[in-house]
Design a protein around this ligand. Sequence first.
Ligand SMILES: Nc1nc2c(c(=O)[nH]1)N[C@H]1C(S)=C(S)[C@@H](COP(=O)(O)OP(=O)(O)OC[C@H]3O[C@@H](n4cnc5c(=O)[nH]c(N)nc54)[C@H](O)[C@@H]3O)O[C@H]1N2
Ligand SMILES: Nc1nc2c(c(=O)[nH]1)N[C@H]1C(S)=C(S)[C@@H](COP(=O)(O)OP(=O)(O)OC[C@H]3O[C@@H](n4cnc5c(=O)[nH]c(N)nc54)[C@H](O)[C@@H]3O)O[C@H]1N2
Ligand code: SF4
Ligand SMILES: [Mo]
Length: 900
Amino acid sequence: MKRDTENDAAGSGGTPAAVTVTRTTCPYCGVGCGVIARTAADGSVSVAGDPAHPANFGRLCAKGSALAETLGLDDRLLHPVIAGQRATWDEALDLVAERFRSAVAEHGPDSVAFYVSGQLLTEDYYLANKLMKGFIGSANIDTNSRLCMASAVAGHKRAFGTDTVPGTYEDLEIADLVVLTGSNLAWCHPVLHQRLMAAKAERPELTIVVVDPRRTATADAADLHLAIQPGSDVALFSGLLAHLDRTGAVDRAFVAEHTDGFEDALAAARAIGLAGAVAATGLTEREISGFYDLFARTSRTVTVFSQGINQAADGTDRVNAVINCHLATGRIGRPGASPFSITGQPNAMGGREVGGLANQLAAHGALDDEEDRARVQAFWGVSHLPKKPGLKAVDLFTAMRDGRIKALLVMATNPADSLPDADGVVEALKACPFVVVADVTAETDTAAHADVLLPAAAWGEKNGTVTNSERRISRQRAFLEPPGEARPDGWILSEIGRRMGYPGFDESSPAAVFREHAVLSHRLNADRRDFDLGGLATLSDAAYDGLEPVQWPVRADGSAPGGRLMGDGRSYRAGGRLRFVAPATAQARTPSGRFVLNTGRIRDQWHTMTRTSKTPRLMGHIAEPFCQIHPADALSLGIEPACLVTVSSPYGTVVVRAQVTDGVLPGNVFVPMHWTDRLTARGRVDSVVAPLVDPISGQPALKGGRCDVARFPATVFGFAVTIHKPAREGLDYFALAPAKKGFRLEFAAVSGAVDAEALARRILGMSSSEPLIAVADASTGSHRFAAVSHGRLMGAVWIGPEPVAVSRAFAAEQLGVGGPDLLLAGLLAGRPGAGRADGGAVVCSCFDVGVKTIEEAVRAGTCLSVDEIGRHLKAGSNCGSCRPEIKRILDTTKNCLQTV
Ligand SMILES: Nc1nc2c(c(=O)[nH]1)N[C@H]1C(S)=C(S)[C@@H](COP(=O)(O)OP(=O)(O)OC[C@H]3O[C@@H](n4cnc5c(=O)[nH]c(N)nc54)[C@H](O)[C@@H]3O)O[C@H]1N2
Ligand SMILES: Nc1nc2c(c(=O)[nH]1)N[C@H]1C(S)=C(S)[C@@H](COP(=O)(O)OP(=O)(O)OC[C@H]3O[C@@H](n4cnc5c(=O)[nH]c(N)nc54)[C@H](O)[C@@H]3O)O[C@H]1N2
Ligand code: SF4
Ligand SMILES: [Mo]
């Protein structure tokens, strides 16, 4: 039993309160950290890292640590909705079953589709795939993993014959060289990054190289940062392969015994060579040679790759260019030596295991493999498994726009924000006659276009398993009752299956579904692939309940599970050989636009922010969408720091804040993927991204597209803090974020003359007769307003012709404050008065420590290292996600001190 009760001596009033302790798994990234959730008798929840979990050994990052703050119900979808009206589950499910059934009857099975997610639990995912491929008889089920892992999957299959991640997390710790390419590990897989940094602290000779066009927090923490031109990875790693060959670093015996295709790959690599790598990457010959020599001489090398590799029109070739270098040196599946595709979502791997992609079957089976099809058909008792792949995500939404999809179920993903050509996706949703969205959040940009909304149970409310990046299966366990009428995704899918009249959906308990999945994996793969859970096929319900994290394969013969794979050079491909792949020479067409548009993640937000934006702590780090642009480009376009810019393409436009920094290369901009129509006026960056895909994997090029950038002609800028949700109508730009006791709002407008007071009142929701303190500064044309009710601050607004200088953190803290603690004068001045600390933008979200506090401590000489800052200010001493940023602040401040 993984649920225990303990007595909490710290319970209120000294009386011990019963606390339920549940061991579960973090629902965010693919590191898959173990979490201990403690639920007190009053229902309050706290979370901590699980010291016994082999992914994190007790650590959690900022997002994981803040999980308990995201469990609030204010924005939850709590009951089914049909056409905007509350409905019963029976009504909603009958309607869904009927509409899917009639579409299939009228237009055939390929007229319906599921679009699901790497955030589903394995059991739920298994049911979705079984329902669509096994019973509806179409392969039109694709998932957001198409945007995420498809190139890695395709690259693995080309090289290994199977979708196998050969290494384990420990390899990063025991390697002598870790190359991170297209991975911002410090922000996106923070706990794994901490494990890496801890290993480096113990063994400083462990060298870390980051290959990324952008100087990220990960690059800051590395020994060497190769700021390559975007899109030059194939050239970089091809040049490396040629270098390995030239310098005798190739493991000839391994290549001869275990691989095919070396000569072709080498010929292609030689054609590129060092000169080609220099030309493509924009690095100097010396920089590249230094890296190549390091790689050549370090046998314990791990190359970690993520979205900077996968999300490209040549993503699969990039994956194979990396793997080629590991095959050539025999560095695969050996201690401290492997290529390592690191997965993004908590269950990206589980989704691959159940075959959630439109070109997969189930249990790593292939749709076009007769033997696989026969075995799965026999197992499910069906006769008409689709023979051809279904529509991949981008094609699926194109087909929908063309009217070819008559009914769609979207589950646990938000395509109106996360797919390229996102405005086109909205058009597709509008064009689809019947859209069902199962989500935990009532209002999302996708849910806005649903005919039926189904309330899903959220993290902490349902049971199942997830698989992390190192093939480790962990239990997610419920510790809360689903609120309202929310039900688990697996239950929803089984009900739809049942109501469509299909057998095979009667037993929907997670344990039973898991057993079924394990049996199938064994039947399909015992003799053919490494994905085999035969040893878990007969787990009792109780054993499933208590399942400890376990790496696959888990064979039925009782052999030790998991571990490294392919270290012996054997693959499951016919003939048992691994394969080199020469990259295709054809280049994808490049759309026009002056800048390369790079997109990706920030430290404290998760994707479309439906959960992480609920906590002021996580919003305190970066509260607004931004565009990083190089100073030279900014100068040439008249873009000053903190002004607003448009980033546009023929597909769409966003308006975001300019962040002028030499952390991006000239000609490149970076915009985060997170902001949506829920929180911004025009912040959905995927509305700008072209729907170009890798021809092999179908993964869209979400990075490396083109765009233009221009100054946004705002004439009015402002900032507001409000107790009640501020009105945003009529604002040409806004970014809304929660604050501890209300909201904060950045805004701007493009209009000639503006009545500042009327605007402030509109934002605050106040009539013209309600009292409002107003201060105007004629010399700067700026205005400040404060609304005080019953002695407490209800809101404040700053408006001016330039971006307004206000200490955001300080202003937000004053909300709801009354009496002598309300610093009204300081507030109207935009900063605390003398003697009052202004922490500045939050760096450490765990302890709420701002940049100014850190700078001050460095200047005062009290803290001269990251550890000292941790000891004195606590910053960086809990989850550690902010340590690279603290180091940068420390270095910059120290430099300033030295130069004055
Ligand atoms: N905080 C946070 N963590 C997350 C997530 C989140 O939303 N927020 N999401 C999770 C998910 S689903 C995923 S998939 C992972 C993604 O994790 P990552 O892949 O690490 O994250 P990204 O920011 O998408 O992109 C990584 C880097 O690729 C770089 N890049 C862009 N173009 C190129 C190129 O041509 N070559 C190379 N070598 N690099 C390039 C970008 O500059 C960026 O720094 O993160 C997971 N973790
Ligand atoms: N430009 C650009 N675009 C990108 C990327 C990029 O780097 N750049 N990255 C891509 C990648 S790698 C990914 S993974 C995608 C992610 O993109 P999405 O999957 O669209 O993003 P999320 O915000 O994670 O969406 C999850 C949805 O499921 C809901 N949800 C949460 N828990 C549950 C649950 O238990 N059940 C159900 N039914 N719903 C739930 C949430 O409220 C939310 O609406 O974005 C992709 N898009
Ligand atoms: S690294 Fe952070 S987000 Fe990822 S699983 Fe661990 S705690 Fe969750
Ligand atoms: Mo992802």
